[in-house]
Design a protein around this ligand. Sequence first.
Ligand code: UD1
Ligand code: MG
Length: 466
Amino acid sequence: MTERTSAKTLKNTGVLILAAGLGTRMKSALPKVLHPAAGRPLLGHVMRAADALGPAGICVVAGHKAALVREAVCSAAAKWGIKSAFEIIEQRELTGSGRAVIEAREFVAKHKKVLVLCGDAPLVRAGTLAKMAETFAQGAAAVVLTAEVPDACGYGRIVRGAGAEIERIVEEANAGLYRSMREINSGVYLFDSTALLSALAHLKPNPPKNEYYLTDAVEHIRAAGGKTLACLAEDYTEVLGINSRKQLAEAEKTLRRRKLDELMDSGVTITDPETVYIDDTVSIAADTMIYPGTHIYGATAIASGCAIGPNVLIRDCEIGGGCNVLLGSLISESVIAEGCNIGPYSHIRPQCAVEAGARIGNFSELKKSKIGAGSKVPHLSYIGDTDMGPGVNIGAGTITCNYDGAHKHKTVIGEKVFVGSNVNLVAPVNVGAGAKIGAGSTITDDVPAGALAIARARQITKERKH
Ligand code: UD1
Ligand code: MG
């Protein structure tokens, strides 16, 4: 089932995302679920997977550094594309996954069914959650997403009873004889809310850390006559939880590869996926080519028919159709309109707008500037705090001197101005439309429209004495 066709699979279902754990093994000041992978926090990936199925509501259980988690979710949910209603509650006693659900009882009681996800398992796909819903429809009171992993170390083991139902889940610390079993608990469950609420009343703290395990709820539901089924994940990598930086790097790799596959499926050419890094947050239209060593991050949107790379880094930009961004260029927080040529080796810093058909060439740097349509800054220039009209030609080595040591000043260049090579434009300064500036000039006064300005010492040529 694709993620699109499974929309509304979770119609009567509340999604509870457990995200209160300490994440000790990350050795980080940042809560584990806020660590980014492929351009969004782990929790963002989990929320998106749930949201794709149209649940009745999402509740995030925060605990460790709850205020940070709350702020991150509230400020970014729209950016992550979350459409469902969501709430964040705080777990007061950080004594295990069972305790987290006990403290979320009110949310559970509001819904007919409850899907429990872990905030530290970002690889689970909406399609797999939809399959759990299908298993649930076989009359289950609880469905556990399970997987056969190459190394079960650290996971709860699934103990199957007669008729393949789950008898119970045994945690690693208490696994004993069951330690060699390879079917593990992913930490993702779909519960009938009434059955879950009665089971929660039976949870007791477990040794060695006196924690309430949510996994024990499955055994109680079965004892009360509920059907407890397993849904085995086809791809075990989907259930991998992040507990360490090493696992974070592995998840990042998986998420990035998925993104590249998705882009290639939608018509983007990526000549060497091994060396290309594209955040999950990026959109690229069909028939754009991405060359090796290219990094595209953040809120970037690239239209069709572009050629990007090799070795280009773009962050938080909008790039219009048919642009070429060549070797070694870096562009951040800027808008490049259609048909521009950038690079090789251009640096476009934040808040630039490069209008249609403009050209920014080798070793040219732009900062907080507008470059008019068809204008050219082709070689060795620095253009900062500048408003440049269309059809301007900037000669090689031209610099806007925008900083007087204390303040930044503006340069305004009218349309069709011709600036010769190696000119210094000492801001604040205005150059009127159609003006021409001689090579090597240092311009400190405004130049009227259509005028010719030359500001350099006259050449003296003398005979040499030998
Ligand atoms: C848990 C499961 C284990 C499963 C594994 C899958 C239990 C008892 N064990 O183990 O069977 O194989 O996940 O990754 O659930 N959390 C809270 N509040 C707490 C403690 C934890 O919200 O007080 C959250 C964590 O943020 C995490 C989830 O619950 O998202 C699981 O907790 P974690 O400590 O990672 O449990 P595991 O040891 O991984
Ligand atoms: Mg875990």
